[in-house]
Design a binder for this molecule. Sequence first.
Ligand code: FUL
Length: 481
Amino acid sequence: MNRISCLLISIILLSACSQVKPPEPFGPVPSERQLAWHEMEYYMFVHFTVNTFTDKEWGYGDEKESVFNPSELDCRQWAKAAKDAGMKGIIITAKHHDGFCLWPSKFTEHSVKNSIWKDGKGDVLRELKNACEEFGLKFGVYLSPWDRNSSAYSTPLYLAYYRNQLRELLTNYGDIFEVWFDGANGGDGFYGGAKETRKIDNKTYYDWPNTHSIVRELQPHAVMFSDAGPDIRWVGNESGMGSLTNWCLLKKDGMYPGGDFAKILGEGHEDGNYWVPAEVDVSIRPGWFYHTSQDSLVRTPENLMDLYYSSVGRNSNLLLNVPPDRRGKLFEKDVNSLLAFRDLLKKEFETNLAKGKKVNASSYRGKGYEASNVNDGNPETYWATKDEETAGDIIIDLGADTEVNRIILQEYIKLGQRVQAFKVSAFILGEWKPLIDGTTIGHKIIRKFPVVKTTTIKVTIYKSKACPVISNIELYRAPGN
Ligand code: FUL
């Protein structure tokens, strides 16, 4: 070896040694399918079935198929509204508790194929899937485990039926991003004419692991939602309230849909052994299905903004239900509210005041993990400290006196959820004035505080399970106080 190649090898070896290693992941981390789901943040829920025509919330299961007859079904209108509203996908009740199927299932007569709508040749799911494709939206399905129409419900035969339907949905309608298993299970119903109360054991009856494996087999990229995951958990209420402390972690073994876990589901478990983030499902109206009597009770744009803060702003995704009416269209008032909310949102987060500003930290891990990563617009870079440091300050120099009243914080969750306590302060008249205190961060939190005029904002992470990894900080001056 000559001297030049020796020198070259030494330089390469030296630079390899000076490369700073990234932090090791801490605790459970999200799967690829969960990461894709976190990015979605806001999407539409659609409750539509015989109930739309019978004015009910829970159909008994004895509805004549002929009642389902939308006069102007227009799934493109739903998809356009969702797209214009800034949503990323649509999840539809393919089958609600009444057992009526919005697609012509081979396995039951209780479906659109026996309705007079389109002479029994219609398929709502096909139309919606096509509309979602056209508007660049993801598509998801809700398949109610409880079926008040099926005579087999509560026997093992029903499980075979349920799984056959799941296979139909997951095979014939392209890519599905989320499969929604709700937790309402058993009670009175038609059950093929038996008209009785049937109780099942939530823990054992559905044999969930073998149903989940069908989803994994047919749609490996789909996440599954239920009270207890396996991929996404219910937030524990239907009023749109994510929890301020919100771990994406859950000890889900022993938990099952329909169990009494509402309290746990809000916060998750700090020491949870699975990554199971929360989804906030809530309706734009008091009911899940359309009722003319609720036309005056549609949530206002301002109210939708509150929901956004209490869901997306609290490390949860927002699944907002907008139920079509008897025409098969979203009601104009609902659409107007969605679009006006979209405008409010744009104004709320118009200019990121942290963008391009100088950022420093009390310390950092080394090259590649500088504080400037938190405002470089790249979600793949992050500020990190050395492994042994589980606290630190990030200081954003705004350059001049600036009014601020909102902050967005994001952890680099590919390495796990770590932060347990943080605070934000502003440098005003020579001292640090506290603005907010918080616990968890996770994928994203958005917090409000009264307007301050300041040159410098400080984010202090003061408790973290392992060295903090912060990928993004944004600051805004939203209208109002
Ligand atoms: C619940 C159901 O009982 C409601 O009707 C609605 O579909 C809601 C989203 O899930 O479990």
